[in-house]
Design a protein around this ligand. Structure first.
Ligand SMILES: [Zn+2]
Length: 361
């Protein structure tokens, strides 16, 4: 058993109260499905919720999860030997011949990294996947006796990234059979923000639960934790981050975080205020088509800033600025729709900044 005496605990699960109540009640009645899928938008905390459910299942206290027993302490540090967490990872090597020890060590290291970051992590990039060797390890671990608790719980995050076979139909079938009929002491919790991309053979074997985004109030509580606010974006205020998060603060974590998008949005709005010429120059600096994803983040951030400006102006009784900001929001919304279609971001931002310069927003 690996134990990191100094392992950092994950930040507590915030929100999802109704879902927690429902799941907890199902556990109490012994009615929790053995294979579950938690689906919902990225960044709302589905894996954190799944880990909470794992802790709930392993804790033997009357008011589980108690948060203080050994099961809870280990689960919260990511080191409980019966709470096994899998998610997309870079490929270990090109050969399909990867030893279980290597796979287990790779995940132990990845979980220790996530734990050291308080369970805050960016979405894995597109090259990472849950490879078949991980699925084979899960199958092998599922038939073992639990090491410490009475049950075993597997959390499989971003499950749509499971690589179907790599030429080994037998191992893939073994995983499907496990999902269909886990051993009596085993629970499998899959999570996905793209359930449509899940293999139909997986989807048909799990009970799906839709996890809603967090309320703004819950996002605020989440961001009140310094580690969370820092991970979400250094350059933004909590108010700005709450608005940017749209109930999914985890989506702000990573390279294209809210802070960067907000910084760019501020620059573009400043340029628009300096007039048409400044706006056009800014538009051409901003846009290349490969930055499409980032561009939509910037447009979201512009909406946030313009809403703020409109609200401030209304509070100060400055009707003209409030009206101009409200109109600017509509232009940004139009630009978002154009950017979602296949229009070059450079053209979209040139047009938008021209419009903003004209109305003096
Ligand atoms: Zn406990």
């Amino acid at each position: 058993m690996r134990i990191f005496p100094f392992a950092m605990p994950f930040l507590p699960l915030i929100g999802h109260d109704a879902m927690r109540e429902r799941l907890s009640e199902q556990v109490s009645r012994g009615a929790l499905p053995a294979s579950l899928l938690l689906q919902g938008p990225p960044g709302i905390g589905k894996q954190r919720l799944a880990l909470w459910l794992g802790q709930r299942l392993l804790c033997e206290s009357d008011n589980a999860p108690c948060g203080t027993c050994q099961h809870c302490t280990y689960a919260l540090a990511g080191v409980h030997p019966d709470l096994l967490w899998y998610f997309p990872r870079p490929k270990i090597k090109d050969s399909s011949d990867v030893a279980f020890d290597e796979v287990a060590a790779d995940y132990a290291e990845a979980i220790a990294d996530r734990s050291a970051a308080h369970g805050l992590y960016a979405r894995p990039d597109g090259s990472q996947a849950i490879y078949l060797y991980a699925a084979r390890l899960i199958v092998q671990q599922a038939v073992r006796t639990p090491a410490m608790a009475r049950r075993k719980v597997f959390v499989v995050g971003d499950a749509e990234r499971m690589v179907p076979q790599l030429g080994n139909q037998e191992a893939a079938n073994a995983f499907l059979k496990l999902l269909e009929e886990p051993p009596a002491d085993t629970t499998l919790i899959l999570t996905s923000s793209e359930p449509g991309a899940l293999l139909p053979t997986i989807r048909s074997r799990v009970v799906s639960l839709r996890v809603p985004p967090l309320t703004d109030a819950a996002v605020r509580v989440f961001l009140a934790q310094p580690a969370a606010a820092t991970a979400a974006g250094n350059n933004a205020t909590i108010d700005e981050l709450v608005l940017l998060a749209h109930g999914a603060p985890g989506a702000l974590i990573g390279a294209e975080n809210g802070g960067i998008a907000l910084e760019r949005a501020k620059k573009l709005l400043d340029a628009a205020r300096r007039g048409r010429e400044g706006a056009l120059r800014a538009a051409f600096v901003q846009g290349t088509s490969k930055a499409r994803g980032q561009f939509s983040d910037v447009l979201d951030a512009m909406t946030v800033l313009l809403h703020e400006r409109s609200r401030d102006a209304a509070e100060k009784g400055d009707g003209a600025v409030a009206a101009a900001s409200a109109r600017a929001v509509r232009y940004v919304e139009e630009a978002k729709r154009a950017a979602e279609g296949n229009v070059n971001p450079q053209l979209v931002s040139a047009r938008l900044l021209g419009q903003l310069a004209e109305i003096g927003a």
